[in-house]
Write a protein that binds this ligand. Structure first.
Ligand SMILES: Cc1ncc(COP(=O)(O)O)c(C=O)c1O
Ligand SMILES: N[C@@H](CCCC[NH3+])C(=O)O
Length: 470
């Protein structure tokens, strides 16, 4: 007989409280296809394995919480984008968006795999330079780049600076005129697309901070100013419509509009710009709701539009580049947590939700709280024959919105000491992490061929006291 405290008595009512997309699993131990990195399996002993190592060993060695990155998977996604776009466009460039996740070693993986790197701050640029990343393959973004960031980029010889305001055009042209070299720039355009994603991560509607509006004429004006500055070399236009987007119609409209401006520039100035960047933003699967397109399909779809529009305008197709971040880094990692407490909370109508508290939370993954993002998870340290119950995985922070996984079915016998793994946390988790409540940030462990190594070590209290000079 199930006990009420265990939260199973009202399991049926609990099941009815689940979101419509969340299916009651036939086997609560099964790994949902498409959510885990390439080398993740559940071993015969029921323990999750990645890169040939089991998570109990990883937890014993490195502690929890920890981000665990599958190096083979990360690199193969980087190559898949590089190859797919190269084939579809007969030569294209892929710039990994470092904001998704960047550290010295990852910058080296990206360099090795032949991609470029998109950085959007002096700090990200510093990591790239520390890694010895080829500077001509770096693009610098940002809507408010400082004089020192621009100077450092010029000094380093970055391949492109994507300008985002008239103030920046003036600032950069003065700096480049004064100290050289001539700056290779792109114009960040706003194409006026309402991307189907969370409002905070859409970037192509008119009413937001990024870019120069095409419809309002600011983009054409920016082009005129740049062409009039001898210290600036305009290499192309840039469009990025937002992030975690599945519906490719947004990319299509964006490509059409930006190529429309590209053609107008030819008509007005007699120059065909050599390059065009179509940004990143390709969605990944976090739960069973999500069905992302593989890079080959994305590339083929985008190539068809570019070819069609260029033919219609009589343009020589510019060299295309893209900037995926999440779709390379996201699926290649999971976060490993240890369960600390389990609480059955009665909801209206007698339903029960199991609150499973883990040893991290909104400091290592802010996305659930910030974007209402959905995640999945699994009991990782063992197999269970218990029935699935509706659970919510929460963190240890002093905040009721400190939720890691809003809704998931976990086995009813989940208990303190169990390990839980949350897939799809390779992007925008460590890079957006914080030390709220003075909770130190977890390490990033890379696993490959049965070996693990630390990419970023766990933060310590001593690290925090280094800043606390009182
Ligand atoms: C200019 C730019 N490029 C690329 C990206 C990468 O986006 P994603 O990680 O969704 O591919 C972003 C983030 O949204 C961005 O702002
Ligand atoms: N940080 C966002 C993506 C947008 C970032 C770049 N413009 C996320 O976690 O989904």
């Amino acid at each position: 007989m199930h006990t009420h405290e265990a939260g199973v008595l009202h399991a049926e009512a609990g099941h009815r409280r689940r979101p419509s997309w969340l299916q009651i699993p036939g086997d609560v131990n099964a790994l949902m296809p498409g959510l885990w990195s390439a080398t993740v399996t559940r071993g015969d002993d029921g323990v999750l394995r990645i890169g040939g190592l089991d998570v109990r060993t990883l937890a014993a060695e490195y502690g929890t919480p920890a981000y665990v990155v599958d190096e083979v998977d990360f690199r193969s996604r980087a190559r898949a984008f590089r190859d797919a776009f190269d084939v579809a466009f007969d030569g294209a460039d892929v710039y990994y968006a470092g904001k998704a996740f960047l550290c010295t070693e990852v910058a080296r993986w990206i360099a090795d795999e032949g991609l470029g790197l998109d950085v959007c701050s002096g700090g990200e640029l510093a990591v790239a330079l520390r890694a010895g990343f080829p500077t001509e393959r770096i693009g610098l973004h940002g809507n408010n780049k400082s004089v020192s960031e621009l100077s450092r980029a010029l000094e380093a010889g970055v391949g492109r600076i994507i300008v985002d305001s008239f103030d920046e055009i003036a600032r950069l042209s003065a700096l480049a005129a004064e100290r050289g070299p001539r700056a290779r720039v792109m114009v960040r355009t706003t194409v006026g697309v309402e991307a189907h994603t969370h409002e905070y991560i859409a970037t192509a509607h008119e009413d937001q901070k990024f870019g120069f509006s095409i419809a309002g004429g600011a983009a054409a004006q920016a082009v005129r100013r740049i062409l009039a500055e001898p210290s600036l070399e305009l290499v192309g236009l840039h469009s990025h419509i937002g992030s975690q987007i599945y519906d490719t119609s947004g990319f299509e409209v964006a490509a059409r509009r930006v190529l429309g401006l590209h053609a107008e520039i030819r008509d007005e100035h007699g120059v065909e710009l050599p390059e065009l960047d179509l940004g990143g933003g390709f969605g990944i699967a976090y739960t069973s709701q999500d069905d992302p397109q593989p890079p080959e399909e994305l590339a083929a779809g985008m190539a068809a539009i570019v070819t069609h529009e260029c033919a219609a305008y009589g343009l020589t197709p510019p060299r295309i580049s893209i900037e995926p971040g999440r779709s390379i880094a996201g699926p290649s990692a999971f976060t490993l947590y240890e369960v600390g407490t389990v609480k059955a909370v009665e909801l209206d109508g007698g339903a029960v939700r199991r609150y499973v508290s883990v040893d991290g939370g909104m400091s290592d993954n802010i996305r659930t709280a910030l974007y209402d993002a959905d995640y999945s998870c699994t009991l990782a340290s063992r197999r269970s024959d218990a029935e699935p119950v509706l659970a919510r995985v929460v963190g240890k922070h002093c905040e009721s919105g400190d939720i890691v996984v809003k809704d998931e079915f976990l086995p009813a016998d989940i208990e303190p000491g169990d390990l839980v793994a949350v897939p799809g946390t390779g992007a925008y988790t460590r890079s957006m992490s914080n030390t709220y409540n003075h909770v130190p940030r977890p390490p990033v462990i890379a696993v490959r061929g049965g070996e693990a190594r630390v990419l970023l070590r766990r933060e310590t209290e001593e690290d925090m006291f280094l800043l606390d000079v009182g």
